[in-house]
Design a protein around this ligand. Structure first.
Ligand code: PMP
Ligand code: GLN
Length: 380
């Protein structure tokens, strides 16, 4: 069979999780918490199933959940979005990304992505018959060089994908980044897809710079988020897309034939959770700050060098002092020989920077898991 995606293999998250399982490694690779969602949410899900919320949800998502999302956006980002026309509940952020790309990107278009970038972006672009144009973020802090982004714009540019807080680097946008982004797309037809799945995980007093804070940007943005990250339930695959009515209408044309709707009981449970525990997401920065600090302290006497983490739940680790191997080789060795799984960075690049010796550890783990990993990493 002639493949439509010649450069795509099995995603690195699956590869590393399988390797971790085969070698009984502590899995700090694929990003997921090893602790449970809030008890209230678990109970609400069981209740929703018992109470008969088991048939198709409305195509756009249940109204109470869309209303909670709109209310949260008003409270946090000061923007009034219409729960009926602007909010669509999806099967995780992954579906939202795919649907947004396919809603607006045409054959022959270009889509700008910033490397390293989440691995689902480019296949979605490829399948739309478009071309991903890669602009590298600037190490060591992985900031955006907006002039380089501007240089990558062409008459074919249809969409620009941004992600803050950033996976895999933990970098977060400043207000100046939003202004630079707005200036770049002003007076063009370029739309923006803002992947904000880690919106509630920012550290050290930083404020999440949602594009929804920015009136001009919000007019041309698809904003995607994920309940999996916010409520420790990545396996539920619930997320959403917020966009102005005209963009949401196009988005829904794809969504309705991609999945139609997503797991109904969890929608009811999340709506109840948001109504009864609006404080949950406000507590996440302190919760994950403690995880970050604990993990960094545990790794302090290893030979890994740990750059600062501004957001999300990933710690980059520079292994230059340990090995000269490329990151994929090193991550495999660390899993099979030393019993700790990580994620190498090069699969997130079109052209991996030569000599970069970085792997990503997920610190959304219980103290016991962090300690078990650290014990092994100290012997590396
Ligand atoms: N974007 C980024 C940056 C992510 O890290 C993830 C989850 N790993 C997703 C999108 C997909 O989220 P979901 O699991 O809700 O599909
Ligand atoms: N988003 C998660 C990560 O970055 C993994 C998602 C997946 O496995 N597809 O690790």
């Amino acid at each position: 069979i002639e493949t439509k995606l010649p450069r795509v293999g099995t995603t690195i998250f699956t590869v590393m999780s399988q390797l971790a399982a085969e070698h009984s490694a502590v899995n700090l690779g694929q990003g997921f918490p090893d602790f449970e969602p809030p008890q209230f949410l678990q109970d609400a899900l069981a209740r929703a199933m018992r109470e008969g919320r088991n048939q198709y949800a409305p195509m756009t998502g249940i109204a109470p959940l869309r209303q909670q999302i709109a209310a949260k956006i008003a409270a946090l980002y000061g923007r009034q979005v219409d729960a009926d026309s602007d909010v669509t509940v999806t099967s995780g952020a992954t579906e939202a990304i795919f649907a947004a790309v396919h809603a607006v990107v045409r054959v022959g278009d270009e889509v700008i992505v910033l490397d390293p970038c989440y691995d689902s972006y480019e296949p979605a672009i490829d399948l739309a018959g478009a071309r991903a144009v890669h602009v590298p973020l600037v190490a060591p802090d992985f900031h955006v060089d907006w002039q380089r982004v501007r240089d990558a714009v062409s008459p074919r540019t249809r969409l620009l994908i941004v992600n803050s807080p950033h996976n895999p680097t933990g970098a977060v946008f400043s207000a100046a980044d939003l202004d630079a982004l707005a200036a770049l797309v002003r007076d063009t037809g370029i739309l923006v897809l803002s992947d904000e799945v880690y919106e509630h995980i920012v550290f050290d007093g930083a404020v999440h710079q949602s594009v929804l804070r920015h009136a001009e940007l919000a007019e041309r943005c698809f904003v995607v988020s994920s309940f999996g990250k916010t409520y420790h339930c990545t396996g539920w695959k619930l997320g959403y897309c917020v966009a102005p009515a005209a963009l949401s209408a196009e988005f829904r044309k794809v969504h309705q034939y991609l999945t139609f709707c997503t797991f109904a009981p969890a929608q009811w449970a999340l709506a109840e959770m948001m109504a009864h525990h609006p404080e949950h997401h406000l507590e996440l920065p302190a919760f994950y700050r403690e995880k970050r600090e604990g993990f960094r302290a545990l790794l302090a006497d290893t030979r890994f060098e740990l750059p600062p983490v501004q957001g999300a739940y990933f710690q980059l680790a520079d292994y230059s002092a340990i090995s000269d191997d490329d990151d994929v080789t090193f991550a495999r060795w660390l899993t099979t020989e030393k019993g700790v799984a990580s994620i190498p960075l090069s699969p997130f690049y079109q052209t991996p920077p030569s000599g970069q010796r970085l792997v990503r550890f997920c610190f959304a783990k219980s103290d016991a898991t962090q300690q078990a990993a650290a014990e092994r990493l100290r012997r590396v």
